[in-house]
Design a protein around this ligand. Structure first.
Ligand SMILES: *Cc1c(COP(=O)(O)O)cnc(C)c1O
Length: 716
């Protein structure tokens, strides 16, 4: 019963294995605390991975836990909530749509950000998929995820002493993570295959993908891996890395995801009622479904209509280069006989996804997804508008306003992102069952019942935890790059745990303008030191895509600034932004800064995580913030309606606005203290951030919107 390689687990606590293999633990701190209680140091060493933990833990530690009455009590409490969680009949979905519980929803995504121990996500898109999946489980949807299990995942970021980003790929051993091979009804491992054309030394061949299963609460996630025998070396590399390789590799990867993904579901005996393509990467799934229908004798146009009615597509970026499109000759090579199988001509096949803008005639994954689905959406109100404009050419008889692309604004999975001591405050003041009621606006008025002292105490705790984390991480890094003892000692004084702290952590794409803050460094330095009584400090983190040179230059600039006199020690670049780092920063800074060039930020979700933790946003009015800002829960940088002649003029105006807001509003509100040392104005910002954003920008609200507006109407 116990998996091979595990330290033998005493019977009294044997269900720890079950807990370890269900990602449910990743949003239940009390479940993580069980592992921490057994061996806190090991829990950190294995990077919060319970499977590896149970393989490495000492027998004596397990025995000690099994004979500790406190541990046994906590263990039983956790298992009671784990078991209760899985009672399906009580869920929102089964109560709201009892006649739809047998209509599976298949959700395809190229990345899933579930937890830092599974590096199969790169950024916002992946985190969104992970949060969507967790909420689908919480709400009881008949939901199934499909994606990749990348053996090398996304890279770990190291910053060299010169400020260069080094990308480190580490091989993930699947037997050491909470994933297990998937089995079909006959108990056999599932392997699917896809035909690929000759390339280099490789002949035409089948590439195989093995299926893994990750359990996320009540939702199964099926992830494919091509790094298996008998695939050729190059094909084993196909799924090795997220967004690695050239355009042909990308095309082959997307064939495995879309086509292989449908075949994987069939091999498992799963027949989804609805297919949701999260971004265009998975759009080839519609081709495989077309092929299935036509093979069954259904005429092409009828098949196409059936697929349209049961497919949903979400687009995620207003940046043209963010939409994959493949040249026709490449499509001819990779899909040589597909049009024959579909009983249409080559031209009809290519026209399913033809796009002529930008790169000449190409096969666009977004066009394919838009044409072969009947319900499609952007990820915020503004992004919906931008998408209608962007894709209006597909509906030439419609005005922009009538283009049938709506929006479902992104949200976050609250329990994943909430600072645990704040969760305890919510437990105390919002009512015991508040986690079942996250999208209830009225419930959140109760944050006004949290006493100032307790709220300010948690805010201070979260900042202190973040500062300690920054110091420990910086120390590890300096040890790695081999710096001297005095520099190591200096890390003990990095950041001030009582100072107003601004956070900026996100992908280093240039449109996000990470370096805007340095527009006038002298003014910045004056602000940071002030009269010595109102210090201001900054924490930066983020990865750039390994091929994005301008993005990497931004990292270098921030890193170098963090060593400049007048900034050093009070402006930090923290390396290797991932979900673990994100949890510390979104909860631990006081203000979340965001400076995208409007309207490039489709939604953004990190600011929502900050709001949930009571951290006001200081942001350009873009993405979700257009809907989130209410005048009392943060600030708007710049004038959203201004038009600029050039980028410099825009940067200048936005930087000045940022400085003025900091000087006139943010710093005074934070340092205006009452006799207890508490800033009353600030606590209003804290409460307003939580009250207004926690319900509206939760994945509860989001997944319910998807369900009522998109999933259920598509179920027929
Ligand atoms: C939330 C999150 C993101 C996405 O944040 P944006 O606001 O969309 O930039 C990216 N990476 C990590 C690790 C996150 O936790």
């Amino acid at each position: 019963m116990q998996p091979v390689g595990f330290t033998p687990i005493p019977n009294r606590i044997s269900r720890l294995v079950e807990v370890a293999y269900n990602l449910w633990w990743s949003w239940h701190p009390e479940a993580q605390d069980l592992f921490r209680a057994i061996d806190a140091r090991l829990w950190e060493d294995v990077y919060h991975n319970p499977v590896l933990f149970l393989q490495k833990v000492r027998q004596s530690s397990l025995d000690a836990a099994a004979s500790s009455p406190e541990f046994i009590r906590d263990y039983h409490e956790v298992l009671i909530s784990f078991d209760e969680y899985q009672i399906y009949d009580k869920s929102w979905f089964s109560q709201t749509y009892p006649d739809k519980v047998n209509k599976p929803i298949a959700y395809f995504s190229a990345e899933f950000g579930l937890h830092e121990c599974l590096p199969i996500y790169s950024g916002g898109l992946g985190i969104l998929s992970g949060d969507h999946t967790k909420a689908a489980s919480d709400l009881g949807l008949p939901f199934i995820g499909v994606g990749f299990l990348y053996p090398q995942g996304y890279f770990k970021q190291e910053i060299t002493p010169d400020g260069d980003q080094a990308a480190i790929y580490q091989k993930v051993n699947f037997s050491e993570v909470p994933a297990q091979p998937a089995f079909n009804s006959e108990g056999k491992e599932v392997v699917v295959s896809i035909q690929l054309p000759p390339r280099g030394n490789l002949p035409e061949r089948l590439v195989y993908a093995k299926l893994y299963h990750i359990q996320v609460g009540t939702v199964p996630l099926y992830l494919m891996d091509t790094d298996i025998h008998p695939n050729a070396h190059e094909d084993r590399e196909l799924s090795a890395r997220l967004y690695g390789g050239d355009q042909e590799m990308r095309l082959a990867q997307e064939m495995v995801l879309g086509i292989g993904g449908v075949r994987a579901l069939r091999a498992l005996g799963i027949h989804p009622a609805v297919f949701h393509m999260n971004e265009g990467h998975a759009a080839f799934l519609v081709l495989e479904r077309l092929r299935e229908f036509v093979l069954q004798g259904i005429p092409f146009h009828e098949a196409k209509e059936k697929i349209r009615q049961t497919s949903i597509f979400t687009t995620h970026t207003p940046v043209p280069a963010g939409h994959d499109a493949f040249p026709f000759p490449m499509m001819d090579r990779y899909f040589p006989k597909w049009h024959e199988d579909l009983k249409i001509s080559r031209d009809e096949f290519l026209n399913l996804a033809r796009q002529d803008q930008h790169w000449g005639p190409t096969f666009s994954m977004t066009v394919l997804a838009l044409r072969l689905s009947s319900r499609h959406n952007g990820v915020s109100k503004l992004h919906g508008e931008v998408s209608r404009q962007m894709w209006q050419w597909l509906w030439p008889d419609k005005s922009v306003a009538d283009v049938p692309i709506g929006h479902v604004t992104n949200g976050i999975h609250s329990e994943t992102w909430l600072f645990p001591p704040l969760k305890q405050l919510f437990d105390k003041y919002l009512g015991k069952n508040w986690t079942r009621d996250i999208d209830n606006n009225d419930m959140w008025n109760k944050v006004y019942e949290i006493p100032d002292v307790e709220l300010w105490d948690v805010v201070s705790q979260s900042r202190a935890a973040m500062v300690n984390f920054v110091r420990a991480r910086t120390q590890q890094r300096l040890t790695r790059v081999g710096l001297g003892q005095d520099q190591l000692q200096a890390t003990a004084n990095l950041l001030d745990p009582n100072a107003l702290t601004i956070g900026f952590a996100r992908r280093f794409a240039t449109y996000k303008r990470a370096t805007l803050l340095f527009h006038d460094t002298e003014r910045l330095k004056r602000m940071m030191y002030g009269d010595g009584k109102r210090p201001l400090q900054f924490v930066f983190a983020g990865k750039a895509h390994p091929r994005d040179e301008p993005g990497k230059n931004f990292i270098r600039e921030v890193y170098q600034r963090s060593h400049e006199a007048g900034l050093a020690g009070r402006l930090i670049f923290l390396e290797d932004y991932d979900m673990n780092v994100a949890r510390y920063i979104v909860a631990g800074v006081d203000v979340w800064q965001n400076t995208p060039r409007r309207p490039m930020e489709a939604s953004g979700t990190s600011g929502q995580k900050a709001s949930l933790n009571g951290k006001p946003n200081l942001s350009i009015l873009d993405g979700w913030w257009v809907e989130g800002y209410n005048g009392k829960n943060g600030w708007v940088i710049g004038d959203p309606n201004a038009e600029y002649d050039n980028e410099y003029a825009q940067n200048h105006a936005d930087a000045i606005s940022l400085y003025e807001l900091l000087e006139r509003e943010v710093i005074p509100a934070f340092y205006d203290r009452d006799s207890r040392g508490i800033p009353p104005k600030w606590l209003t910002l804290v409460r307003e951030s939580i009250r207004t954003c926690a319900p509206e920008f939760s994945t509860y609200r989001m997944v319910k919107d998807y369900t009522t507006q998109l999933y259920v109407p598509s179920m027929g």
